[in-house]
Design a protein around this ligand. Structure first.
Ligand code: OGA
Ligand code: ZN
Ligand code: ZN
Length: 364
């Protein structure tokens, strides 16, 4: 059943005309802007046939054709679409995935559209997937990123080495444990995808952990709405500096979209700078920050596993936090990591679906 065309405001319809004068043929690109349309645009006449409605507008006498299918697909009361917000995601606790980590094999991911789509669906709905069988060779992580998107080059280079350094500027490059965090919160825009590829992991320790930050924020909201609100409204500065670099960005720990849905988590105790708030609000901020951290660090939240050589974990760095346990200094452990972005992954998945491949998640 479709709505009568009169349920759509005239200016909205006029703006969305897709005739060859309004949209450049062969593209989806509009040729007009809002200031080209009369503010008093109204519907002068309607002609209806089986598949479509033809609307004649006043005062410009323009004729537009809208199919019933198009009108139905653009209902004005449909949920506000944002594929990055919490309600587009499948939130999880460790126990939900402990026996079913979304995983695939790199050769299949590379060669089979259906496997690539399944991996990307897991990334976009659960926040991560694991690939096994990635060659244990220098730079292989870049080939994984390039198979579905574009590598985000940073001051660390195209890729970064995660191994013990003598004088680490980043604790990731030591053998210390690292608590759950998102990477590079001191960047704006933040890298939205991170990859970590294991080349060697013979150390005693050095196990990996992943936490669904959206699920943790939703738990905080249910348990302590005032704390959730405070973290969503308080800007925090994150910073990274070394000899050649000085980066900082100021954003809340919990980022919301314009209608209040959880959309982005930034959480990194190492790079957080002193909080700037009136003195009488500091205690409440610290209490809320602690409460959120307790949820993120809990055993229920953290999915633990061990990266073996040839494994590459790909995750949404705006949602899923990663961690590792400490290991014996000098124990051989070497990962290579790189960053990429979610827009490329969404695009790749959309194009794969266009090819009418039956994706594994299609029945959901
Ligand atoms: C990192 C990081 C985790 C690990 O490099 O960003 O958090 O397993 N590494 O060493
Ligand atoms: Zn037109
Ligand atoms: Zn990290």
């Amino acid at each position: 059943m479709t709505l009568p065309v009169t349920d759509y405001p005239a200016l909205w319809l006029r703006d969305n005309c897709s005739c060859a004068d309004c949209v450049a043929p062969g593209t989806e690109q509009k040729l007009h802007g809002i200031t080209d349309l009369a503010p008093d645009t109204r519907i002068a006449r309607i002609e209806e046939d089986e598949d479509a409605v033809v609307v004649v507008f006043a005062p410009d006498d323009h004729r537009s054709r809208f199919t019933h299918a198009w009108l139905a697909a653009h209902r004005l009361d449909s949920a506000l679409a944002d594929n990055r917000a919490e309600d587009a995601k499948q939130l999880w606790q460790a126990a939900d995935l402990a026996d079913s980590i979304p995983a695939g094999s790199w050769p299949e991911f590379q060669q089979e559209p259906i496997e690539r789509a399944a991996g990307l669906e897991a990334l976009l709905s659960q926040g991560f997937f694991l690939l096994r069988g990635v060659p244990v060779t220098d730079g292989a992580v870049l080939a994984v990123a390039e198979s579905f998107g574009y590598v985000r080059r940073t001051n660390y280079g195209e890729l970064f080495e995660v191994r013990v350094e003598d004088q680490p500027t980043n604790l990731a490059f030591s053998s210390l444990p690292i608590t759950p965090h998102t990477d590079n919160p001191y960047r704006d825009p933040v890298p939205t995808i991170q990859l970590l590829h294991c080349l060697v992991n013979a150390a005693d320790g050095g196990d990996s952990g992943l936490v669904d930050g959206f699920a943790a924020a939703a738990l905080l909201r249910a348990a302590d709405p005032a704390a959730f609100d405070l973290l969503a409204r308080t800007p925090v500065t994150f910073r990274y500096a070394d000899v050649a670099t000085e980066l900082s960005a100021t954003r809340p720990l919990i980022g919301l979209d314009p209608v209040g849905r959880i959309r982005e988590i930034r959480f990194n105790n190492r790079s957080m700078r002193p909080i700037a708030l009136p003195a009488d609000q500091i205690a409440a901020f610290y209490a809320a920050y602690r409460r959120f951290a307790e949820i993120l660090y809990s055993a229920e939240a953290q999915l633990t596993f061990r990266l073996e050589p040839g494994d590459c974990v790909v995750f949404d760095n705006t949602r899923v936090l990663h961690a590792r346990t400490g290991f014996r200094a000098g124990g051989p452990r070497h990962l290579q990591g790189c960053y990429a972005d979610l827009d490329g992954a969404y695009s790749e998945l959309a194009v794969l679906r266009r090819g009418s491949i039956e994706t594994k998640g299609a029945a959901r």
